[in-house]
Unconditional design. Structure first.
Length: 310
């Protein structure tokens, strides 16, 4: 019997950040297992692995849990370097484009698409997303107003993507795909992920349409479903990877101390554990879970807040 694939992605179908990772798995031609997680909290099976982090997606390899798509892509690249999505010579440009796409471009698209598709979204989704930002549940009129306020912010930015492709290049950074293509693609994908109502926003842009078709062609790789309980059992049976040497800053909490990590933007559930790795742009903490056993949860440094435990 062949061993099952080591990569387990915890995701759900209409998550655009999950779509970014599914396409990365497809581009690299990888086999993986997909655990479908709830789109709203609580997510008890996911948080047995993460210790509290509830955003989507999360990658699991044995007893190692990789949070945030920036880190997930880096880990995929480390394990499967070819074909590359993060070529060293382009890393700074990729990071800048990822930040623009996933913050400045993504947020108005989310508010626009969600507000125009309120009737087809799961009933409790908007209340959950507002709670993630410390806001009360919005009524339909509020969502609609937010959609209308954000439509111009979407239209102010889509032409920038067409301009990036204006010289006829096939990919955002030239002749080969990079993580920048995935990061710019997934917010645009979200515009029509639920319904075609906003497809007209992309219609004037021929280069974007051709480029999105090329990205879609990466596919999702070779995926088989896995039950959440099985993923937890895999974590329990595995040992976390050995940690490379850390590169702590003098301001960091000491290695081996108990720390708290949470996202600095939304979904700020705290994860607590023992700091076992700190690098220039990665943090990892070890935690004991009654169901998942000893796991190491990895985060990027940027976008996360690290503090000593109280
Ligand atoms: N910076 C994070 C953002 C992830 C994110 O915001 N994902 C959305 C789904 S597309 C989310 O977590 N929404 C709430 C949820 O799924 O519980 C990443 O790159 O992974």
């Amino acid at each position: 019997m062949t061993a099952p694939p080591e990569l387990i992605l915890h995701h759900y179908d209409f998550s655009n950040f999950a779509e970014k990772v599914r396409l990365a798995l497809g581009f690299k031609g990888l086999a993986w297992r997909g655990v479908t997680i709830p789109a709203v909290a609580p997510k008890p099976e996911l948080t047995a692995l993460t210790g509290g982090y509830r955003r989507t997606p999360v990658l699991q390899t044995g007893a190692d849990i990789w949070c945030d798509t920036r880190l997930i892509l880096r880990e995929l690249e480390r394990r499967h370097p070819a074909p590359a999505l993060l070529p060293a010579a382009l890393l700074t440009q990729i990071d800048a484009l990822v930040y623009w796409a996933e913050n400045r471009l993504m947020r108005p698209i989310t508010l626009y698409a969600s507000g125009m598709n309120g009737d087809v979204l799961p009933a409790n989704l908007q209340a959950d997303r507002s709670a993630m930002r410390g806001l009360p549940p919005p009524d339909e009129a509020t969502m609609r107003r937010a959609a209308l306020r954000n439509a111009p912010l979407v239209r102010a930015q889509i032409p920038a993507v067409e301009a990036m492709l204006a010289d006829g290049r096939p990919w955002i950074l030239g002749n080969a795909p990079t993580a920048a293509d995935l990061a710019v693609y997934h917010p645009l994908w979200f515009l029509t992920a639920r319904t075609q109502r906003l497809a007209f926003e992309l219609e004037p842009f021929g280069r974007i349409a051709a480029w999105m078709a090329r990205v879609r062609d990466f596919g999702h790789g070779d995926v088989e479903p896995m039950a959440a309980e099985q993923a937890i059992a895999i974590a329990r049976a595995a040992r976390p990877l050995p940690m490379p040497p850390s590169a702590l800053h003098p301001e960091d909490p000491p290695l081996g101390s108990t720390v708290r990590i949470r996202a600095d933007d939304n979904g700020q559930e705290v994860v607590s554990g023992e700091l076992v790795f700190a690098g220039p742009d990665e943090l990892a903490l070890r935690r004991e879970d009654p169901r998942a056993g000893t796991v190491v949860v990895h985060f990027p440094r940027l976008g996360y807040d690290l503090r000593p435990a109280r």
